[in-house]
Structure formats: C-alpha cells, structure tokens
Design a protein around this ligand. Structure first.
Ligand code: UDP
Length: 411
C-alpha cells in the first residue's frame, strides 16, 4: 500500500508537508517526467515507487517511464556501472555501439512528455539527443563517478553536458561538468517495513528467533558480507569490548549464494567468530526488512565500520531508530554522523571498541546520541526532504538567473 501525504504529516509534522505544498504550487503548471531503466528492483526504482505518488498528491503531474533494452544492452550498462565506479572493465567499440543503438530505439519509443525531464543514471542518459529548447533536462546520477574509467566517462560526458543540470548524491561523487550541479542526498522512507515503528513483541520475538538474550547488550552491524564493510574488524572490536562488558554481536547480511566474494567473506567471518556463542552471524534471505528493522531496534549499539562507503543507508536507518551508532569515518557516513553529537566516527577496530565500551557504560550518552541522530535523520534524510529538494531544484531551474525567490503561502 502506498503511503499518502497524511501519513507523512503524522511523522514529520504539518509544517514540512505545508512547505512541500507551497513549493509544489509554484511548479504545478509544469509536468514532471522521470525516466529510468527498471520498474522494479534496485534503489532507484524503490525510490521512484515511493516518490512519484507523492509528487502527484502534491498536484504535480508526474509520469514515470522506463527505457527498454535487450540483454546485451544491460550487460554493457552493467559494465559501464562498474567502470564508472573505477573497476577494471574491457570496454570495446562494439559495446559503445550497442549503447548507441538501444538509445536510438528508445528515442523512437519513449515519448517525452514532461516539461521537466529527470533522467536517472547512465542507462537512459542518451535520451538527451531528443532535447529541444522547450524542456528542462536533469541528469540524476545515483552512483559515484569520481574515479571513473576514462573511456566510459569520455563517452558519457558529451551526453551529460547537454543537460540543463545534474544531480549527485554527494560532492565527493561528482565530476567536473559544464552544467550546474545540485547535491541531493539519498533518503529513507520512514513508513517502509525497514523503518516503520514495530510492536515491542515483534522485536523480542525476532531477538529470540536469532538466539539473542535481550537482557545483555547487543552490538549489531547490518551489511552485505563485503570486506569494505570490515566485518572481521567488527569482530576484533567486539573481542576488546567483551573483556569489559558481557555483550553479544550480530553480523547480519544478505545470504551470499550468488556472490562468490560474499560467500568467501562470510566464510572468513565465521572463521573469525571461531565458535563464540555470543557472535551471531546471520545470513539473511532477501526481503528481510521486518527482521532487519527488529534487529536494529533491539540492539544497544549499531556499528557500521566501513572502510569505504557510498552514502551508507544502514546508518540512516539506525539513526532513525534512535540508536547510538559507531561508524567508519568514510563516504556519506560523515554527513550523517557528526562525531560526538549524532554518533561516533572511528578509524580502527580499537577506536570502535573504545567508543563501544564508553557507550555501554553510559546509557545517558547513548540516549543523547540516539536522540540527536534521530533528529538529524528526520531533518535531512527522509523522503519528504528528498521531495522538497527536487521541487526547489525545479524552481531554481525555471529562472536560472534569479539568485533569490520568495515562496509565499507559508501559514
Ligand atoms: N540491506 C538489506 N539486507 C541485507 C543487508 C543490507 O536489505 O542483508 C539493506 C540495508 O538495510 C540498506 C541497504 O541494504 O537499506 C544497504 O545500503 P547501504 O547504503 O548501507 O550499503 P550498500 O550495500 O549499498 O553498500
């Protein structure tokens, strides 16, 4: 079931929803069109699935179109994706031709109906060839293109430079471009299964089902089994904490059958756990949102000891649940954890352990960080803020020469 503005009003407060209405009123005469490459699966589709109905409810005529492509096209764009992330990919001229051909087909089949066209990620980026002067075109890049394979970036950049503006999730993810750039951070949906309030009994039942003792402290990290999330470092930190506090550790992440590296890391983690009955390594099946929600809510401290990170949505999810969070000082985590205010930033297993010992001995500090973290997430990283940023960006693009614009109508 799709949540409505009224559901969000109860969570973020009426003034936030009123602000959205005021901003939306200013662009109501413009049709908004989102274009991406998949209707289901992946973060972008999930985001649009939530946001498109809310734009409509705000009175902005919004459509969502999906480009089509055969398997070879998506193999090429997957290779692009990896190469843009800095991975070593052999990109051939034939692959570039596949991209051009599918783009040409989509130029025929995807009707451009929006006054403002938001194109998400590299797959549909070539649709910009359609541009005339009458529409605003925005390229919304959800991935980190700061250290791309030059061949792929040189291929894509001429498309990107034809847009009116680009959007990146963080300054660190972007590239030099000839067009304006907007920074819009990702968001979580406070009403999704992963984030909504849960009855205490669901939390207790979940802890019990994983063999956890609710009477003793629980440290938890939710992450794919990936070395960059440093699960073995988390076990090292836990061992140091364990000398001072009788705690338990949960390392939970997607079951790794289809990912050889994930399976390898899971094996390393189990070896490092070395049969300790208080270390719970949980291979979660897909769609474990309620379980993840309950595990985080039932935890005393949440860790996200990443060595490298994109934005780190698991951190937002934990802050939203008022948890004391200890996290690696990398990527988007630094926007979320203001050290000593909304959580603790750390650089080593020893640092993580010291902070955990401090927090376990000081419930008032946990409460303070958790409350600050919740407020920070509420203010900055929820769906409603994401929608506001889009609305304001569209307004800014209406009259790019204007430095200031007054929005009237606030109660
Ligand atoms: N997640 C999940 N199942 C898992 C592990 C993670 O659903 O087994 C979710 C997690 O709750 C978060 C997202 O996947 O919403 C991970 O996003 P993040 O930005 O933290 O890291 P990424 O995996 O994208 O590097």
């Amino acid at each position: 079931m799709t949540a409505s503005l009224a559901d969000y009003r109860a969570i973020v407060g009426p003034e936030i929803i009123d602000e959205l209405k005021v901003a939306a009123d200013q662009i109501k005469h413009r049709r908004l069109q989102h274009i991406n490459s998949t209707l289901v699966g992946g973060g972008v589709a999930e985001l649009l699935d939530r946001m498109v109905p809310l734009f409509r409810e705000l009175g902005v005529e919004t459509s969502w179109d999906v480009i089509k492509g055969e398997a070879p096209f998506f193999e090429v764009t997957k290779a692009f994706h990896n190469a843009l992330h800095g991975g070593a990919e052999a990109i051939t001229e034939a692959m570039l031709d596949t991209y051009r051909e599918t783009t040409a087909q989509n130029l025929e089949s995807v009707a451009i109906t929006g006054d403002v066209v938001v194109v998400h990620d590299p797959q549909p980026a070539g649709l910009i060839e359609q541009r005339g002067d009458d529409r605003r075109w925005i390229w919304r890049c959800h991935i980190d293109v700061s250290t791309p394979d030059p061949r792929v970036w040189e291929f894509l950049k001429p498309y990107v430079d034809r847009y009116d503006s680009s959007v990146f999730s963080m300054p660190e993810f972007s590239q030099q471009l000839q067009i304006p750039q907007f920074m819009i951070t990702p968001s979580i949906d406070p009403l999704s299964d992963k984030n909504k309030e849960l009855p205490q009994e669901t939390i207790e039942r979940t802890l019990e089902s994983y063999g956890l003792d609710p009477a003793r402290p629980i440290l938890t990290q939710i992450s794919r089994f990936d070395r960059l999330k440093d699960p073995v470092g988390v076990i090292k930190a836990y061992r140091l904490v364990k000398r001072r506090h009788d705690c338990q550790l949960v390392l939970a992440g997607g079951a790794a059958d289809d990912d050889p590296e994930g399976a390898e890391v899971l094996k390393e983690v189990n070896e490092a756990a070395d049969g300790d009955a208080d270390i719970h390594v949980v291979a979660l099946p897909p769609h474990s949102d309620i379980e993840i929600n309950a595990l985080v809510r039932g935890s005393t401290i949440v860790l996200q000891k990443s060595i490298k990170e994109g934005f780190g949505l698991t951190v937002t999810e934990a802050l939203w649940k008022k948890k004391a969070v200890i996290a690696g000082a990398v990527g988007g985590i630094k926007l979320q954890i203001l050290d000593g205010i909304t959580g603790f930033l750390v650089h080593s297993p020893e640092g993580a352990a010291n902070r955990a010992i401090e927090l376990l001995g000081d419930p008032a500090l946990r409460l303070r960080l958790g409350t600050n973290g919740y407020l920070h997430a509420k203010e900055n990283f929820l769906t409603t803020r994401h929608i506001r940023d889009y609305l304001l960006m569209i307004l800014a693009l209406e009259e790019p020469s204007k430095d200031m614009r007054y929005l009237v109508g606030l109660p």
